[in-house]
Design a protein around this ligand. Sequence first.
Ligand SMILES: O=C(CO)[C@H](O)[C@H](O)COP(=O)(O)O
Length: 223
Amino acid sequence: MKSQKQQAAEETLKLVKDGTKIGIGSGSTVNEFIVLLGEAVKDGLQIQAVTASQQSKRLAKQHGIPIIDFPEHEKLSIVIDGADEVELSSFQALKGGGGSLVREKLVAAAGETFVLMVDEHKIVQQLGHFTLPVEVIPFGWQKTAERIKQLGGKPQMRKGEEGFFISDNHNYILDCDFGLIKDPNALHQSLKQLVGVVETGLFIDMVDGVYVAGGTGVRYIQR
Ligand SMILES: O=C(CO)[C@H](O)[C@H](O)COP(=O)(O)O
């Protein structure tokens, strides 16, 4: 039997059109999508893809998907990604559980359409059950953590296999508990103003649609 992640990935694949350039995010749901996309490429689908993480790039290459560098001047027709939480009344999303939030946001911003694939437990009334990943510059990170505390967050350094987790951009991730987030945009703006913060996992006004997989199948919710 197919998992909810596989079902969501299968539906999302139908949005990928022949002859286009697409963006691919990261995470376990995206991994399912990459496997299916690889099969479609073997069956003749012609696409080129930009990946938002080294891990997605490796997997995409293994599955025969043609990879291109980040496009400087062109738009990607669609960008597909997973998420840790989505709030559907305003279509704000929280991402970065896999630590690739900066590149995911850059790739998403280059897309004409940005679509998420999630299973239903990731749909929330208010973001913030999942701690908010914030990518920070390693230099002086303790001071950056102090500044985040002054905004009301409880930052925890993310750990990797050996010591601190290091992002693809050679930065650290602070997983910050702000409780339930009443105003995601205001929090995102406040964090972005702090010295040492590179990016937050709040994806504000970026999401165009969400495939939600649940017990009764997959539904598409358009913004
Ligand atoms: O933001 C992400 C990685 O930085 C992922 O999209 C998010 O963590 C969801 O992952 P998964 O599909 O494994 O649940």
